[in-house]
Design a protein around this ligand. Structure first.
Ligand code: F6R
Length: 614
């Protein structure tokens, strides 16, 4: 959450920062700002609102700066406002800082600094940090970067920061702890950002700054990297970025979400590439090869994740148990980490995360690793914190997901986790080999089936028109369709602001059925699996109470056609793979409803992608 950028040694810093901030806007969009060095002076422009508003306000600022820092905010401490927007400056205006993360001991530090006579202008924890840096620099004869290091040693919390020192405007000081930071390296310039998306336009050479490390970057000089605690030097490790600029554009789609929904035939195929082959009966997950026997013989697999990734974990629970015979627990990372869970060295903990930066998921992994468990990652963003922290892992290769509401990352996660379950099933011999082969072959057909579903999207506009004004929607499903129901409800509420609940269909009569009336429609996920008849009994119960139902199925018989108010059909496939198809209509439905309501689809209110706060 919050996006930070910085650059030094470039020909037009204003442009680099504004372009970078619009790439990072998915991380927060309630205010934005830049600090530019002009003839040795640091000039700050910041305002409440989106990056577009900032761009308007700096229209007349000269394009001559070669150095600057920028920020797009998702408010934590203090309301979205001009004053609370970053960059923040110290009380003597020597240092300017942009910050992503939370300074947990900001109140105590603020009190201490106020006792020194320092007055704050904002409500933010970030201003406390920059004033602390400035106070240390004023009281001791240390360099600017040493003042930053000493200040960070007093800070409790998470941060990625970029600092400009007006007494040394030819360098940027950057640091990170539990929040991501990437440094782009080109011949005469450096770029810094919360992720690689603002950097790829300028260079493909990057340094993923390690946790608890900082760097001093001066144009045309090698980067100086060292640890925050003891200033121990660290040689830079430059990696090659595998990302292309095209994948960051809307490519003619009205929204990134629609583009990403339509990319799923490709992204699912990409997540299988080189891992599954029908012809050679191959299931090869190189990233975990070394650990797959340990995974297959694990006492249990604990899956930790948040939000949509947690729903992918619920799908994986069925796949791992059903196919590989391994007991699975799926945990909200945010609960698991605080529950003093019993973890042993016989456990395998699998973290699922699109961004690879979710603070709670990372903290859950740290807990698991400290208890001796093997920790495995299923991440989309290459080089992300979770990907680097885990013992081993598998990338989902869905490509950059820009829309805040996750779609293609979910299907890529489910695909990779299903492949993982199949591989463990091969090792465990839990189900017959020909069943493994049959599912593997059908998994390879999924991209084509998704393409079929996406070819016919006309009916969604009409259904969306019928549903756009409802206040509440229930989603129900059994077995593997239960996580799809949860995911459907999450998608609808996050982008259309319609209240939606996902339930296990069997739970209907234990409470939720009380909500059914003519105004509350139910979306039933009912593929033709062993649960279908039971789920359709729920349909009868809903109809008997004048409820309207939309059914998503791959087996539409006459009676279903007669009873459903709306029916969406997807191609038939193996039961274990049905979530990969039934989730597509629920993504489209949420999209078209939100669109008809005129909602800000890619950047829904109050939300941000990459949740780096607890
Ligand atoms: C919903 C959504 C979120 C994320 C959650 C975890 O559409 O995107 O619920 O799934 O914040 O994020 P990652 O997967 O990055 O750990």
């Amino acid at each position: 959450m919050c996006g930070i950028v910085g650059c030094i040694g470039v020909s037009n810093a204003k442009e680099v920062l504004l372009n970078g901030l619009s790439r990072l806007e998915y991380r927060g969009y309630d205010s934005a700002g830049v600090a530019l060095v002009n003839n040795g002076d640091v000039i700050i422009n910041k305002c409440q609102g989106k990056v577009g508003q900032l761009a308007d306000s700096v229209k007349n600022v000269a394009n001559t700066s070669t150095t600057g820092i920028g920020h797009t905010r998702w408010a934590t401490h203090g309301v979205p406002s001009d004053v609370n927007a970053h960059p923040h400056q110290g009380h003597n205006k020597r240092f300017s800082l942009v910050h992503n993360g939370i300074i947990e001991n900001h109140a105590a530090l603020r009190e201490r600094l106020e006792d020194q006579g320092i007055n704050f202008t904002s409500q933010t924890d970030s201003e406390v940090l920059v004033c602390l840096i400035e106070s240390i620099a004023a009281m001791s004869a240390v360099s600017g970067e040493e003042a930053v290091r000493l200040a960070l040693n007093e800070v409790v919390g998470a941060y990625a920061i970029v600092v400009l020192d007006s007494e040394d405007p030819d360098q940027l000081v950057v640091a990170r702890k539990s929040s991501p930071l990437v440094i782009g390296v080109s011949k005469d310039a450096y770029y810094v950002a919360s992720d690689a998306t603002p950097i790829v336009a300028y260079t493909k050479e990057v340094i993923y700054l390690e946790d608890n490390h900082m760097a001093v970057l001066a144009a045309s000089k090698p980067p100086v990297i060292f640890s925050i605690d003891k200033a121990t030097p660290k040689p830079p490790y430059i990696e090659n970025l595998e990302m292309d600029l095209q994948s960051l554009e809307k490519a003619g789609y009205e929204h990134f979400m629609l583009k990403e929904i339509h990319e799923q035939p490709t992204s699912i195929a990409d997540s299988l590439r080189g891992r599954l082959s029908g012809e050679r009966a191959l299931i090869k997950l190189g990233g975990i090869e070394q650990y797959e026997n340990r995974m297959a013989s694990a006492r249990r697999i604990i899956i930790v994740a948040c939000g949509t990734s947690w729903h992918a974990g619920l799908v994986a629970e069925y796949a791992f148990e059903q196919l590989a015979g391994i007991s699975v627990e799926v945990e909200y990372a945010s609960e698991f980490r605080y529950r003093q869970p019993i973890i042993t060295s016989d456990d395998v903990v699998v973290a699922i995360s699109q961004s690879g930066e979710t603070a709670d998921t990372l903290a859950a992994l740290e807990l698991a690793k400290s208890a001796g468990a093997l920790v495995i990652g299923v991440c989309n963003v290459v080089g992300s914190s979770i990907a680097r922290f885990t013992d081993a892992g598998v990338y989902t290769h869905a490509g950059p997901e820009i829309s805040v509401a996750s779609t293609k990352a979910f299907t890529a996660q489910v695909t990779v986790l299903t492949a993982m379950a199949l591989r463990l099933a091969q090792i465990n011999d839990h189900i017959k080999k020909d069943v493994v082969s049959q599912i593997r072959d059908q998994l390879l057909e999924i991209p084509g089936f998704v393409e079929q579903i996406l070819k016919n999207t006309t009916q969604y506009e009409a259904i969306a028109k019928d549903l756009r004004d409802v206040r509440d929607v229930l989603y129900i499903g059994r077995g593997l369709s239960f996580p799809v129901a949860l995911e459907g409800a999450l998608k609808l509420k996050e982008i259309s602001y319609i209240h939606a609940e996902g339930y296990a269909a069997g739970e209907m009569k234990h409470g939720p059925i009380a909500l059914i009336d003519t105004d509350t429609p139910t979306i039933i996920i009912a593929p033709g699996d062993r649960h279908k008849d039971k789920t359709l009994s729920n349909l009868q119960e809903i109809k008997a109470r004048q409820g309207r139902v939309l059914v998503v199925t791959n087996q539409a018989d006459t009676s279903l056609k007669q009873q459903a108010d709306w029916l969406i059909e997807v191609p038939p496939t193996h039961e274990v793979l049905t979530p990969l198809l039934t989730c597509i209509p629920i993504q489209l439905l949420a999209y078209y409803i939100a669109r008809q309501k005129g909602c800000e689809i890619d950047q829904p209110r109050n939300l941000a992608k990459s949740v780096t706060v607890e």
